[in-house]
Design a binder for this molecule. Structure first.
Ligand code: NAI
Length: 473
């Protein structure tokens, strides 16, 4: 068996693994990144973030063309779509990005191979190349970046026909006439929004008492309201129990308020969370410890219980987000390269949800801050009071800022509305830098932009917003 020797082996080429590989390449460390799928970029790039955002944009454009132009004086006599072409366009975006990663790896002197690696000791792995060829890889350091997989509910085995997961939803040959979604979380609502906009009769069955648990109730309500305008039925505090095939449809039985209800659809999509891929790469062969919840245990340098083996991304814990994985990839790489002070010292990992309207969250929500017993100041400012929002016609939404009552240090921001996903970065920067309400409100924000909402919301928290009337204290 041939033997390959590297300083660092990375298992998994998603946004954690490939970013770690690039950083190691920059730092002059001889690195090999391997992936069991014949694709660079992992779930995010191939079956997650990027393809879903492409379909979300397509559905948004389609809906805007149909309904959003008349007020501006543009008459459109109708619109249709060619789904095969949409899929081709989406796949082209994915292809161009994956080939970009291949070039970046090459340019940084990093090798990559497709196949399955299994650790056999703390410095060796067996590797079965996609072609079937078997190799041994010797390394000094290793980074596990194996990601996560969709959670399955007992009785709802994915069969790619009647019970599907998010990957299947991205690759449907046709837009379904009806779709039943179990789980009104991030994946469910992002992809549910796509199909609801394209004419699918959508039913959402969510176990908690609101969709998008973790966001504030009024944020979730705005998203729910828009979905209902797209004729979706939404059931909360509802638990999926069983399903059966009835003719060409799947019929779901779910329980709400102690009573069973039935809903049928062309298919049932299950998006109830993801579980870490913390088994299957030989970690058990060398005693890599897992937490009670099945994540790989790591310290603040991202080292596992075997110190020359690091782990990053979804496999080490929540939040399961691409940008968190990438950041951890950089930290692990810098530790391998001997940087003394590269540790996981992150104040905030912002989250973005690409439903309609978009949601951006950084730090604590108002409820979370109260639950932690913090004394807070809160400011809220509506999109409708922004000149820019008026001129684009996207007036739904608001921003809310939560700050420490005494120091006025920003603790959290939620934005729901157009381009919230872009604007939340300012909030993340503010929290990371320990900024106060004054730091934000005294910063001149250009007019007319949606970005003014951060400045106005910070002013609102002080009772000094300019373009709304402030409540009298
Ligand atoms: P999630 O945790 O966001 O949502 C799952 C939902 O399913 C929850 O609302 C939960 O209450 C519900 N649920 C659980 N069991 C249920 C049952 N038996 N019946 C009905 N409802 C049930 O998980 P999701 O949507 O699967 O996403 C997985 C991960 O992927 C998340 O960590 C998310 O952050 C990440 N992701 C991030 C995106 C982004 O950043 N925009 C996009 C898509 C996914």
């Amino acid at each position: 068996m041939s033997v390959l020797t590297y300083d660092t082996l990375i298992i998994g080429a998603g946004p954690g693994g490939y970013v770690a590989a690039i950083r190691l390449g920059q730092l002059g460390i001889k690195t090999l990144v391997v992936d069991k799928d014949k694709a660079l970029g992992g779930v995010c790039l191939n079956w997650g973030c990027i393809p879903s955002k492409s379909l979300i944009q397509m559905a948004k454009t389609y809906e805007k063309t149909l309904t959003g132009t008349e007020k501006m004086g543009i008459k459109v006599s109708g619109a249709t779509f060619d789904w095969a072409k949409t899929q081709e366009w989406k796949n082209g975006i994915v292809d161009s990005l994956t080939s970009g990663i291949a070039q970046l790896l090459k340019g940084n002197g990093v090798d990559h191979r497709f196949g399955t690696a299994t650790l056999t000791s703390s410095t060796t792995a067996d590797f079965v190349e996609k072609s079937g060829e078997k190799l041994t890889i010797q390394f000094k350091n290793c980074i596990i970046a194996t990601g996560s997989s969709p959670v399955q509910i007992p009785g709802f085995t994915f069969d790619k026909k009647f019970v599907v997961d998010s990957t299947d939803l991205l690759e449907l040959k046709e837009v379904p006439k009806s779709l039943v979604l179990i789980g009104g979380g991030v994946i469910g609502l992002e992809l549910g929004t796509v199909y609801a906009k394209l004419g699918t009769k959508l039913t959402v069955v969510e176990m908690m008492d609101q969709v998008l648990p973790g966001t504030s109730k009024d944020v979730a309500q705005l998203v729910e309201r828009k979905l209902k305008r797209n004729k979706a039925d939404i059931f909360v505090s509802a638990k999926a129990k069983s399903w059966k095939q009835v003719g060409k449809e799947a019929e779901l039985t779910f329980e709400v308020g102690g009573k069973d209800q039935i809903v049928a659809g062309e298919m049932i999509a299950v998006a109830v969370g993801r579980r870490p891929n913390s088994k299957g790469f030989g970690g058990e062969n060398i005693g890599i410890k897992l937490t009670d919840r099945g994540f790989i245990e790591v310290n603040d340098k991202l080292q596992t219980s075997v110190p020359n083996i690091y782990a990053i991304g979804d496999v080490v814990g929540q939040p399961m987000l691409a940008h968190k994985a990438s950041k951890e990839g950089e930290i692990a790489a810098e530790n391998i390269a001997g940087h003394k002070y590269s540790t996981k010292d992150i104040q905030v990992i912002p989250g973005v949800i690409f439903c309609d309207p978009e949601v951006g969250i950084a730090g604590l929500t108002e409820d979370e801050a109260k639950k932690q017993g913090k004394k807070i100041k809160v400011g809220k400012f509506p999109y409708g009071a922004l000149g820019r929002a008026k001129s684009t016609g996207d007036i739904e939404g608001f921003a809310r800022i939560v700050a420490d009552a005494e120091t006025e240090r920003v603790l959290g921001v939620e934005i729901v509305g157009t381009n919230a996903s872009d604007m939340i970065s300012e909030a993340a920067l503010a929290i990371e830098m320990g900024a106060t309400l004054d730091d934000i409100q005294l910063t001149v924000h250009p007019h007319p932009t949606l970005g003014e909402i951060m400045m106005e919301t910070a002013k609102a928290a002080k009772g000094e917003a300019v373009h709304i009337l402030n409540p009298k204290s």
